[in-house]
Design a protein around this ligand. Structure first.
Ligand SMILES: Cc1ncc(COP(=O)(O)O)c(C=O)c1O
Length: 401
């Protein structure tokens, strides 16, 4: 297994600025092949999709290749890949479409661990359909959201459970496959927010048991848009609002307006870039992705351990990321200092670790942090051990102020 961090970093023009980026959970920096693919898509003839002229064929090929790439990344069917503006927009769209299949007195389940984009759309849809919202809670001490916590709010009336595969605030990865079995036994559908998870773990939507799975390429080195994966047969049963002349085929039925072709070209390039993380890997793209994610996990695990060791040498720091299975995303608060002050202090030293609750406001409240959250230190594929040194030294200096 080969993860060449220096060669990898050389592919990111933005890193030349010298900033130590710990803001990956908010969005990653972009490697050259992705920038090039976006530029190439716009430099060649590009028209509405069709078969006759180069511009039409280019647009068609970009869409087909992007669906294939995302299907390889998620272990999904290309015919079940839906592109949208963002994960938030896709979740809102699907919540409204699914709400049409609900009856008054039905129930939906949301969790306090989730980003608000996997809570509020379901609450709004439930209000419209006169459906009851039930809440599953994580344990603020351990950071765990257990399958039992979900089971305890399931009933014969549950129609949908919305849960995150990984918390963008504290990194917790709930046991989604076990949750999926319970949800399906109750006769409900499972909507999984994979936006944070996909940046750190190889997704297999079938193995996870997700009926709907969202992610956002800008969290894994790609452009700013959203993706939803579902089984094509399930998508066939759903009737979203759509324009009369637009295609009624799956998945186009769910894609409102013209797709952002240049972003889709960038997303295909991002998936190919992830597939190259283990430079010794061979085989199909899915096989190379499997090897690439294994190499990435090992790299991130090494750096996370370094950060945790470094934080252990500092006084007055609380680390709220404690779940047994978690991504390398740490939420910190300080006994005698505020997180926004730490954010500013580090920023002046070229270390970017933002403070906030990052739209996971219910999780922040449950942790006892109100709406303020804490300082979030998140790793991305291009982080280097030197970044970690700068972070720990910066925090040590900050705590002495
Ligand atoms: C876990 C999680 N879910 C959902 C979102 C929203 O994604 P998007 O910006 O694509 O709507 C984010 C963005 O930060 C996130 O971290």
């Amino acid at each position: 297994m080969t993860y060449d961090i220096d060669a990898l970093r050389a592919q990111f023009p933005a890193l030349r600025e010298g900033i130590a980026h710990f803001d990956g959970p908010g969005g990653t920096q972009t490697p050259r092949p992705v920038i090039q693919a976006v530029s190439d898509a716009l430099s060649a003839p590009l028209s509405n999709r069709g078969p006759w002229v180069a511009g039409e064929r280019n647009a068609e090929a970009i869409v087909v290749e992007a669906r294939r790439a995302m299907a390889d990344l998620l272990g999904a069917d290309p015919a079940g890949i839906v592109f949208g503006r963002s994960a938030t927009q896709l979740t809102y769209d699907f919540s409204r479409t699914l709400a049409r299949t609900w009856s008054p007195g039905d129930e939906v389940v949301v969790t306090s661990l989730d980003h608000d984009s996997n809570i509020r759309p379901w609450i709004h849809a439930a209000e419209q359909a006169d459906v009851t919202v039930r809440r599953a809670h994580f344990d603020p001490v351990t950071g765990e959201l257990t399958p039992d916590a979900i089971r305890s709010v399931l009933s014969g009336r549950t129609r949908l459970v919305a849960v995150t595969a990984a918390s963008n605030l504290i990194g917790t990865c709930p046991r989604i496959a076990e949750i999926a079995r319970a949800v399906h036994e109750a006769g409900a559908l499972l909507h999984v927010d994979g936006v944070h998870y996909t940046a750190h773990r190889l997704v297999d939507v079938e193995a996870l048991g997700a009926d709907f799975f969202t992610c956002s390429p800008y969290k894994f080195l790609g452009p700013h848009h959203g993706v939803l994966a579902a089984r094509p047969a399930l998508l066939e049963t759903l009737r979203p609002d759509k324009l009369l002349p637009s295609s009624d085929a799956v998945p186009e039925r769910f894609e409102l307006g013209t797709l952002p072709y240049e972003f889709l070209a960038g997303t295909r390039a991002a998936v190919d870039f992830l597939a190259g993380f283990d430079s010794a890997a061979t085989g199909t793209r899915r096989e190379r992705l499997t090897a690439g994610y294994r190499a990435l996990e090992r790299h991130e695990e090494t750096l996370r351990t370094l950060i945790e060791k470094g934080l252990g040498t500092l006084d007055g720091v609380t680390v709220h990321s404690r779940a047994a299975e978690r991504t390398p995303t740490l939420l910190l608060t300080f006994d005698r200092h505020s997180a926004p002050d730490a954010y500013r202090f580090l920023a002046e030293r070229g270390v970017h670790a933002p403070a906030g609750s990052f739209y996971a406001v219910e999780a922040s409240r449950r942790l006892g942090l109100g709406d303020a959250g804490g300082l979030r230190v998140g790793l991305a594929p291009y982080n280097h051990a030197d970044d970690v040194d700068r972070l720990i030294e910066g925090l040590a200096d900050f705590l002495r102020t």
